[in-house]
Ligand binder design. Structure first.
Ligand code: NAP
Length: 338
C-alpha cells in the first residue's frame, strides 16, 4: 500500500522531507505540492522527478481527491489554517513545528481534532525519534539510576539558526524541541519556569539576548536546567544529563572518530542540526507513514504541540518578569491519554 501525500511549503525543510519520502523511505508518494512561490514548487517536482500536481493553494492540496495525507512545511503562521483544514477534510496531517504560533491557536486545533473524534495530527518534534534520546529513555524506564531528580541540558548552535532569528525565538522557536523531548523523556509535565539572562555574548546581534538559562520544575518536582546558547561559535551541541537517585545517565554523543595526533586527542563536533538529527527525521517520517497506513497516529500529538506553546509563552513571561512563573495547563483530555 502507498500513502499518497500532499506537501504544503517547498522551502528548506519541505524539500528535505519530499526527498526523504521519495528517495529514502518506503510506503509513500508525494502526489501534490504547493508553495506561495509556485516556481519553487514546480522546480521541486522537476528536480525530484515527482509524479505530482502543483496546486495554486495549500487548501487545494488538502482538498485534492488523490491526497490521502498532508504534510505542512510552510511558514509557521500558516500552519494553523492548514491543520484545521486537514482535520475538516478528515485527512491525517503531519505539521512541522510550530503547530500554531499561539497557544490559543493550538488549543483550537486540539478542540477541532477532539470534535472530529479521530487522531489526525502529528507535530514535527523529531527528537523523540532520535536513537540516542530513545536509548536514554530506555535507561530511565529500566529504573537503572532510580528516580530522576535533576536534568542538566544544553542546546547550542554555532550561530543563530536563521536570518530572521530575533527577539525571543531562542525560547519560542529553538527550545521547543527541548520542551517536547524532556517531558516525553520523563513522562511528566512542567509546573513552573524561571528564565535567567546571563552576561550576553558579544558575538551576536546587538538586539539578541544570548545565552539564556531556563529553569523548569515538573509535577514530580524534577529540576531541569536548559542552557540555550545559539551563537556559541564552535558547533551544534545538544547535551542532556539525568541525575537520578543512584547514578547519572547522559545522552550519548554523536559518533566521531577519536584522533590522537600531534600530542593531542581530538574528536569532531557536528555543526548543524540537519546532520545531528538527519536519522531522526527519517525514523520520524517512516513511523508516521507506517502508522498512517494502519489508520493510527502514534507520534507527538496536537496536545503535545499545545503544551509546548504554553511552555514557550510562560518562558517569555518569566524572562521579562524575572520571576518564577507558573505553567498552567488544563488536564490532558482522555482523547490524548487513551
Ligand atoms: P522556509 O525555507 O522559509 O520554507 C517555508 C516555505 O513556505 C517557503 O517556501 C515559503 O514561501 C512557503 N510559504 C509561506 N507561506 C505559505 C503559504 N501560505 N502557502 C504555501 N507556502 C507558503 O522555512 P523552513 O526552514 O523550510 O521551515 C518551514 C517550517 O518548518 C517552519 O515552521 C519551521 O519552524 C519548521 N522547521 C522545523 C525544523 C525541525 O527541526 N523540526 C527544522 C527546520 C524548520 P516564501 O519563502 O516565498 O515565503
Amino acid at each position: 500500500m502507498t500513502l499518497k501525500i500532499g506537501v504544503i511549503g517547498t522551502g528548506a525543510i519541505g524539500k528535505e522531507h519530499i526527498r526523504r519520502i521519495t528517495h529514502k523511505l518506503k510506503g509513500a508518494q508525494v502526489v501534490a505540492v504547493n508553495d506561495v512561490n509556485t516556481e519553487q514548487a514546480q522546480a521541486v517536482v522537476r528536480d525530484e522527478a515527482l509524479q505530482a500536481e502543483v496546486y495554486a493553494s495549500g487548501v487545494e492540496v488538502i482538498q485534492a481527491a488523490e491526497v490521502e495525507a498532508v504534510i505542512v512545511t510552510s511558514w509557521g503562521p500558516t500552519h494553523e489554517e492548514f491543520v484545521l483544514a486537514s482535520i475538516a477534510a478528515g485527512k491525517p496531517v503531519f505539521c512541522e513545528k510550530p503547530l500554531a504560533v499561539t497557544a490559543e491557536g493550538c488549543r483550537q486545533i486540539v478542540e477541532a481534532e477532539i470534535e472530529a473524534g479521530r487522531k489526525l495530527v502529528q507535530v514535527g518534534f523529531m527528537r523523540r525519534f532520535d536513537h540516542s534520546y530513545r536509548q536514554l529513555k530506555r535507561v530511565l524506564e529500566a529504573d537503572t539510576i532510580g528516580a530522576p531528580l535533576i536534568l542538566n541540558c544544553v542546546h547550542r548552535n554555532p550561530q543563530s539558526p536563521s536570518s530572521d532569528f530575533s527577539g525571543d525565538m531562542a525560547l519560542t522557536d529553538s527550545c521547543v524541541h527541548e520542551f517536547d523531548v524532556l517531558r516525553w523523556l520523563l513522562d511528566d509535565d512542567y509546573v513552573s519556569v524561571q528564565v535567567i539572562q546571563p552576561r550576553k555574548t558579544r558575538l551576536c546581534d546587538d538586539e539578541l539576548q544570548d545565552p539564556h538559562v531556563i529553569l523548569l520544575r515538573t509535577r514530580q518536582g524534577i529540576h531541569i536546567s536548559i542552557e540555550s546558547f545559539v551563537n556559541c561559535q564552535y558547533g551544534y551541541d545538544i547535551q542532556c544529563q539525568v541525575v537520578g537517585e543512584t547514578g547519572t545517565a547522559n545522552l550519548p554523543e554523536p559518533p566521531s572518530v577519536p584522533v590522537r595526533h600531534a600530542a593531542k586527542l581530538s574528536s569532531g563536533i557536528l555543526d548543524s542540526w540537519k546532520d545531528r538529527f538527519i536519522d531522526a527525521f527519517d525514523v520520524e517520517f517512516q513511523e508516521w507513514i507506517d502508522a498512517t497506513l494502519r489508520g493510527e497516529m502514534t507520534g507527538p500529538s496536537a496536545w503535545d504541540g499545545y503544551v509546548v506553546a504554553v511552555t514557550g509563552d510562560a518562558c517569555v513571561k518569566a524572562k521579562y518578569s524575572g520571576r518564577i512563573e507558573p505553567i498552567e495547563l488544563p488536564e490532558c483530555p482522555d482523547f490524548y491519554t487513551n
